[in-house]
Ligand binder design. Structure first.
Ligand code: CP
Ligand code: NVA
Length: 329
């Protein structure tokens, strides 16, 4: 562990919990752990530890990433779907947190309210990691930054354009992640879906300290000019299904197409990638896209040479592993 960075016992409830140095440290540690796994070394840094994965919402990547990350380092991960335990029904969140804290060395939580993950952190007495809430998705951002760093060899000075639902969990955490690492972040979204003013102001202050900028734009064509990373997410997040029609109406003009990628001016330079946290709607032939028309990226872009979405998905595991190691070792 670097002398300057000591994260033992630390919770990650939102990206704002991490200092700039801690973000860079976790990205670096993730690369090292990734390399270690590739070279076949199994030294079980977390042998004897137990963590609980408490999930209120569905998950493929985050759940599997946490389970494999733990197993790789000799740690046992117990998956607890919230509907399978007494959580919030026969027992308060605070009591569940106190019970789990007596048995586990850490708790990874995915759910709805940010306040729930905060109660876990306050009451459990062990490190708590946010695996997605309505407001934030900090472990996603760590994987995003690792993917960018691997592709470009740097973060500072790049331009990332997030296009779509500008106020969702992924967009919020990514804004802070870019600000903390000197990436210029553009959030391109209709006015109805603008990110919160306080968040933008916090991110702008952090960014200016790191020589980058945060901006909000409405027009996709002008927003993407000079972009190195074009990033999108679903138009309707988990728990917002009743907003589907309105979102499709607002976000249709914000679909990521090959024309939009071309508009970056970086297609020929090789300095351009497409990212998506996944799961993605990218194919007209799925049930949902056929029925609703909700499709944030075309298949052409999703399957193109620019797309790094599966590297990004794999990196969920390496970055979550780094977080576990840094806060439990
Ligand atoms: N990106 C992400 O969090 O995916 P899951 O919902 O599958 O965990
Ligand atoms: N914004 C999406 C991210 C899924 C990983 C959601 O919350 O559903």
């Amino acid at each position: 562990m670097s002398e300057k960075v000591n994260m033992k016992g630390k919770a990650l409830l939102a990206l704002s919990d991490l200092s700039d140095e801690e973000v860079l440290y976790l990205i670096d540690l993730s690369s090292k752990l990734k390399e270690k796994k590739r070279s076949g070394v199994r030294d079980c840094l977390l042998a004897g530890k137990n963590i609980a994965l408490v999930f209120e919402k569905s998950s493929t990547r985050t759940r599997c990433a946490a389970a494999v990350a733990a197993a790789d380092e000799g740690c046992h991960a117990e998956y607890l779907a919230s509907h399978d335990i007494h959580f919030g029904k026969k027992e308060s969140v605070a009591d569940t947190a106190r019970v789990l804290g007596r048995m586990f060395d850490g708790i990874f939580f995915r759910g709805y309210e940010q306040s729930t993950v905060e109660i876990f952190a306050e009451k459990s007495g062990v490190p708590v990691w946010n695996g997605l809430t309505n407001e934030s998705h900090p472990t996603q951002t760590l994987a995003d930054l690792l993917t960018v760093k691997e592709r470009f060899g740097r973060l500072q000075g790049l331009k990332l354009v997030y296009i779509g639902d500008g106020r969702n969990n992924v967009a919020n955490s990514l804004m802070l992640g870019c600000a903390k690492t000197g990436v210029n972040y553009v959030n391109c979204t209709p006015s109805e879906l603008s990110p919160g003013k306080d968040l933008v102001s916090m991110a702008s202050d952090l960014a200016s300290k790191n020589g980058s900028t945060i901006s909000i734009e409405r027009n996709p064509d002008s927003a993407v000019k000079g972009a190195n990373i074009v990033y999108t997410d679903v138009w309707v997040s988990m728990g917002e299904e009743d907003k589907r029609e309105e979102r499709i109406r607002l976000l249709k003009p914000y679909q990521v197409t090959m024309d939009l990628m071309r508009g970056t001016g970086n297609m020929e330079s090789g300095e351009l990638i497409f990212l998506h946290c996944l799961p993605a709607f990218h194919d007209f032939n799925t049930e949902v896209t056929k029925e609703t028309g909700a499709m944030e990226v075309t298949d052409e872009v999703f399957e193109s040479e620019f797309s790094r979405v599966f590297d990004q998905a794999e990196n969920r595991m390496h970055t979550i592993k780094a977080l576990f190691v840094a806060s439990m070792l």
